[in-house]
Design a protein around this ligand. Structure first.
Ligand SMILES: NC(=O)c1ccc[n+]([C@@H]2O[C@H](COP(=O)([O-])OP(=O)(O)OC[C@H]3O[C@@H](n4cnc5c(N)ncnc54)[C@H](OP(=O)(O)O)[C@@H]3O)[C@@H](O)[C@H]2O)c1
Length: 292
């Protein structure tokens, strides 16, 4: 994994298995309503130098992400937009149409990173259309999310273009060590959703983070996010609070020692905050489809 520090803004980029460089830090907009809230949060992020936005068709706010990108003074080429297809859009032919609709909702000519949001439905058919979209220049990188069963190996083995990222729940209480080993074979990088445990107080107020925060004159949240960065995880903590957003991005001027990294690695209690068995997820989520 290679890190490049951009001179313009202090932040790190990760080179993916397809050669594209993704900003390691971004803004997630899960549960941020379509309209001014998403537009303002994305514009604010871009104004402060954040160059990566993580959305999804299922979040129903792609149009607002696109509006913010257009209204910002930042060149489109500097911004990394990730979005995700829902299982209702999976299938050869069907996924190609869904990608065109996404481009139109986002108001952009290309998507930087397109993910399969869930491991249900005709994901193999969808992947073929995603590969075609890369060849057509509509999408730059493709990846998967929430593939943790043996469907992970199934899609990786079937793929001509190997997934560049695997986006899954990961934070100090659930570090995904085994999953990292499984995807290393494909040079796939982990993107961490719930990097702050979805804001869980127990995680954020862990005494080790309080100690380290005092040592580095940072907050507990900044210690957690810095740990992710040094672990090589791609992160996009969600916030619509300006002070939180500024603080979350202000983690590129200090470094945890290897001993401290190891202490945090020792906190892996194998505790997930989203802990729904696969069959139940498939039953609950599989019957839902986001509106166009
Ligand atoms: N692929 C998937 O299935 C999947 C699933 C879940 C999430 N995701 C992605 O991952 C992103 C992050 O996940 P998430 O939003 O659920 O959880 P998260 O980023 O771990 O936590 C967000 C929570 O932390 C709070 N927070 C953020 N910065 C803070 C700070 N500096 N101090 C105190 N509290 C702070 C936020 O509140 P405030 O807004 O008040 O700051 C919010 O309540 C999502 O937005 C989405 O892009 C993907």
């Amino acid at each position: 994994m290679s890190f490049v520090i951009k001179e313009k803004f202090m932040q790190t980029y990760i080179k993916l298995n397809d050669g594209n460089s993704i900003p390691q830090f971004g803004l997630g907009v899960f549960m941020v309503p379509e309209g001014p809230e998403t537009v303002n949060a994305v514009k604010e992020a871009l104004n402060m130098g954040i160059r990566h936005i993580d959305t999804a068709h299922a979040y129903q706010n792609e149009r607002s992400v696109g509006t913010a990108v257009k209204q910002s003074s930042v060149d489109r080429s500097e911004i990394w937009i990730t979005t995700k297809l829902w299982p209702s859009e999976y299938g050869e032919g069907k996924t190609a149409t869904a990608i065109d609709k996404m481009l139109s909702r986002l108001g952009t000519d290309y998507i930087d990173l397109l993910l399969l949001h869930q491991q249900f439905g005709d994901y193999l058919g969808a992947w073929k259309d995603m590969e075609k979209a890369v060849k057509e220049g509509k999408v730059r990188s493709i990846g998967i999310s929430n593939f943790e069963s043996d469907r992970l190996e199934e899609i990786c083995e079937a793929a001509d273009i190997k997934p560049s990222v695997l986006q899954v729940e990961s934070h100090p209480y659930w570090q995904q060590t085994e999953l990292k080993e499984r995807v290393a074979k494909y040079s796939t990088v982990i993107e961490s959703w719930y990097p702050l445990g979805h804001g869980d107080k127990g995680l954020i107020e862990e005494s080790l983070f309080t100690e380290l925060a005092a040592k580095y004159h940072k907050s507990n949240v900044q210690i957690i996010l810095r740990w992710h960065i040094q672990e090589g995880n791609i992160i996009f903590p969600k916030t619509t609070n300006s002070e939180h957003m500024k603080a979350n991005f202000d983690i590129f001027d200090f470094e945890l020692s290897e001993g401290e990294m190891n202490e945090i690695r020792g906190l892996d209690h194998r505790k997930r905050f989203y802990n729904v068995p696969l069959a139940e997820q498939e039953k609950n989520l599989g019957s839902w489809a986001p509106a166009d």
